[in-house]
Design a protein around this ligand. Structure first.
Ligand SMILES: Cc1cc2nc3c(=O)[nH]c(=O)nc-3n(C[C@H](O)[C@H](O)[C@H](O)COP(=O)(O)OP(=O)(O)OC[C@H]3O[C@@H](n4cnc5c(N)ncnc54)[C@H](O)[C@@H]3O)c2cc1C
Length: 401
């Protein structure tokens, strides 16, 4: 047996012994475990599962042991992921510190910054949020105006960020700030870490049409930020920002796995809600076509993810990751549309107790999926990136004024 197969066997045995039965099914939103100073656990089992994973380094298995990871290489991580998927084990800990900030700190942080921040992420002690977008700077992110003035021993931050997901529940925020107002817009930006408990930080939730409020506007009013919280060099934050966006795009391209949703996928939903005709085929031919198309696309995307993994393993760099956010989120949206069509009027409930929980989740999943082609960079901008950076296409000639 080769080393990887031995590792697979060990992982299987560990999961068998340590993953509680109740943690072997997809989590609905209330059952998810998010990092944070005040993190809560919906059940004793979810706490046990989190603690066992944390102690084993499995909350972020690819990070080195000294920062609380398990020091697994990429192939071992894939084995762990596959084995967890096989028993439908829940992700033990959720946080954008794991998915986005941590990898950027690895790339651009000093050793002191790594030791300060990474172990808190693996242990789930701190919840992070992202302070990129501003009221006048979304797709055109480099136009951001929140400024950080150099006051000698600290920065003084003033401005506002918007669409800060879970800003009201987070302990720290990573922010893009303008440190040189006179430089070309991408060149005067820096990347700062800010404790949300600092004096002058306030957060205002934005109520959505659903009555829920995941988004916030975050305000900085003369906030003093220690200089040790600058990641990378001053005025070179755009490079850190882009590296982080690479990880955000990867996360978005894989969306669906951890998103709370109905317990059924399109195929099960088709069998349950549409049913088979006398010929043994799905009764509705048009829906059957859409279902087959979706299954093919989903598998193709899965294979493309596998290809990017294999390319990384063999040291190749290709442009494939650049297209994955776009194709992954667009297909996820089609999947939600398909589920709506399969469930028919049973997918039209919002709160009503005439609908099952899965039916209500289908409606919410469909509504939320509309955000997938905006969050992390809108689809139109992704297409621009693909055209320029993956396909090397020239810029469109500008219209003469
Ligand atoms: C669910 C969700 C979570 C988010 N969480 C966060 C967060 O935690 N932190 C954070 O900082 N931000 C967050 N955002 C904000 C997100 O990054 C921005 O919404 C996104 O970058 C788009 O910016 P905008 O909303 O200002 O839209 P705009 O830039 O105004 O764009 C609006 C539309 O105009 C079109 N458009 C814009 N530019 C171009 C172009 N160059 N070419 C063609 N068409 C174009 C596109 O159709 C685009 O959708 C989140 C957004 C969503 C939906």
């Amino acid at each position: 047996m080769d080393a990887l197969e031995t590792f697979r066997q060990e992982v299987r045995e560990w999961l068998q012994a340590n993953c509680p039965e109740s943690q072997r099914q997809p989590a609905v939103r209330e059952e998810q475990v998010w990092a944070g100073k005040n993190k809560t656990f919906p059940t004793d089992d979810s706490k046990l599962w989190f603690e066992r994973c944390r102690d084993k380094g499995y909350t972020v298995p690819e990070w080195p042991v000294e920062y609380g990871g398990a020091g697994l290489n990429e192939a071992e991580c894939k084995v762990l992921k596959d084995e967890m998927k096989a028993i439908r084990a829940r992700t033990p800990l959720l946080d954008i510190g794991i998915w986005m900030l941590g990898p950027a700190v690895f790339e651009y942080g000093t050793e002191e910054q790594k030791r300060e921040h990474l172990p808190k992420i693996t242990a789930g002690d701190i919840r992070w949020c992202q302070g990129y977008s501003e009221p006048g700077a979304g797709s055109d992110l480099a136009s951001l105006q929140t400024k950080a003035e150099d006051m000698g021993d600290h920065y003084l931050v003033n401005g506002t960020k918007i669409w800060t997901t879970n800003g009201d529940k987070s302990d720290w925020i990573f922010c893009l700030v303008r440190t040189d107002p006179n430089a070309r817009k991408q060149e005067g930006i820096s990347f700062l870490l800010i404790d949300m408990e600092s004096e002058g930080v306030s957060v205002s939730p934005i109520e959505l049409i659903s009555g829920e409020s995941e988004f916030c506007q975050t305000f900085f009013d003369n906030v003093k930020v220690p200089k040790k919280n600058l990641i990378g060099e001053v005025n070179t934050g755009w490079s850190v920002a882009k590296a982080l966006l690479k990880h955000e795009r990867k996360l978005m391209s894989e969306i669906g796995g951890d998103t709370p949703g109905p317990k059924f996928g399109p195929v099960q939903a088709a069998l349950e809600y549409v049913g088979k005709g006398a010929d043994g085929k799905l009764s509705d031919a048009a829906l059957r076509d859409q279902l087959v198309q979706h299954e093919m696309n989903f598998r193709a995307i899965g294979l493309a993810h596998f290809r990017t993994f294999e390319e990384r393993m063999t040291g190749q760099t290709t442009q494939l990751p650049l297209i994955m956010k776009y194709v992954g989120t667009e297909e996820q949206k089609r999947k939600e549309e398909l589920l709506m069509a399969l469930l028919g009027s049973q997918a039209l409930g919002w709160y009503d107790d005439q609908f099952s929980e899965d039916e209500l989740l289908t409606a919410r999943g469909w509504a939320f999926s509309k955000a997938l082609s905006i969050a992390g960079g809108c689809s139109e901008v992704q297409l621009d990136i693909i055209a320029k950076r993956a396909l090397n296409m020239p810029d469109l000639p500008r219209a003469k004024s």
